[in-house]
Design a protein around this ligand. Structure first.
Ligand code: F6P
Length: 319
């Protein structure tokens, strides 16, 4: 394994740059040649590939986004697109690839592995929706961004005695909403994994009103529905003055936290070690804070599970 490539794909996540840096520098440390693929799988199919040096990844560890750029690409989901990508890599004699991204991107890595290209996946998404690992790269930063926003909104909620519904990202997973709810002391969280929660949210609000509570923060995961509709529903049910904030893409940006930088550096470096040792078709991650590499097929066949203890605690502490 002399020459490998690295790409980022799907939604960007803070810490992707730290992962790219680790891949590039670890490859050079091992005496390998390393190529950056720009614009994810789209760029791979178009041959947007450039050799990387130590300096190519200087001054990026603290930056959000991805210096390799990213894209969502439907063509790559077809077998023709995947074969085209393999052909491009052959032109450069690249015989191994590190894919940094979320669920869809890791599925792309699986497809390339199935076609015989040694691939290692590095999970990076603010959604934290990958099975079998503690946290994905970018989740911690996004969580901190969400909490900072909630703390600010809480000032207005208190001053105006209002209920706020705050819609957060996460695709089909409730992790961002759940951890944010716990860390920011929200009164309620509504997440896809517990869809029946609307009644209990109303119950909690009414109970709070009875004991003199004048404001509330409700965190809604986007996988459940739209904040505006929930806000209306809650105002109708409770007659509390309610406002809605959709946090949107601010959750994806910003300088990565120390935790995300360290995680990204460890996972990026581990991915290169695996390729160097002839291993392929794996996804790297931390499990109980230990570095592990799991079979890509197995991992993607499993569904990410919500941490029930954390959910339970968030319920117990928001009485
Ligand atoms: O997967 C990351 C994510 O930010 C999700 O939380 C969200 O549903 C989606 O991407 C938004 O995608 P886009 O930026 O393509 O609109």
């Amino acid at each position: 394994m002399k020459r490998i490539g690295v790409l980022t794909s799907g939604g960007d996540a803070p810490g992707m740059n730290a992962a790219i840096r680790a891949v590039v520098r670890k490859a050079i440390f091992h005496g390998m040649e390393i190529y950056g693929v720009f614009y994810g799988y789209q760029g791979l199919m178009n041959g947007n590939i450039k050799k990387m040096e130590v300096g190519s990844v200087g001054d990026i560890i603290h930056r959000g986004g991805t210096s390799l750029y990213s894209a969502r690409c439907d063509e790559f989901k077809t077998i023709e697109g995947q074969k085209k990508a393999i052909e491009e890599l052959k032109k450069y004699d690249i015989n191994g690839l590190v894919v940094i991204g979320g669920d869809g991107s890791l599925r792309g890595a699986k497809s390339l592995s199935d076609l015989g290209l040694p691939c290692i996946g590095v999970p990076a998404t603010i959604d934290n929706d990958i099975a079998g690992i503690d946290f994905t790269i970018g989740f911690d930063t996004a969580l901190n961004t969400v909490i900072e926003a909630i703390d600010k909104i809480r000032d207005t909620a208190t001053s105006h005695e209002r209920t706020f519904v705050i819609e957060v990202m996460g695709r089909n997973a409730g992790d961002l909403a759940m951890y944010a709810g716990l860390a920011a002391g929200a009164e309620s969280i509504i997440i896809p994994e517990r869809k029946d929660d609307f009644d209990s949210v109303v119950h909690r609000l009414k109970r709070g009103l009875e004991r003199g509570k004048k404001h509330s923060i409700i965190i809604l995961a986007e996988g459940v529905g739209e904040g505006v509709q929930y806000g209306k529903k809650i105002e109708e049910e409770t007659s509390y003055e309610t406002r809605v904030t959709v946090l949107g893409h601010i959750q994806r940006g910003g300088s990565p936290t120390a935790q995300d930088r360290v995680l990204a550096s460890r996972l990026g470096a581990k991915a290169v070690d695996l390729l160097k040792n002839g291993e392929a078709g794996k996804i790297v991650g931390l499990q109980n804070n230990q570095l592990i590499a799991q079979d890509i097929d197995e991992l993607l066949a499993n569904k990410h599970r919500l941490n029930k203890d954390v959910y339970q605690l968030s319920q117990e502490l928001s009485i």
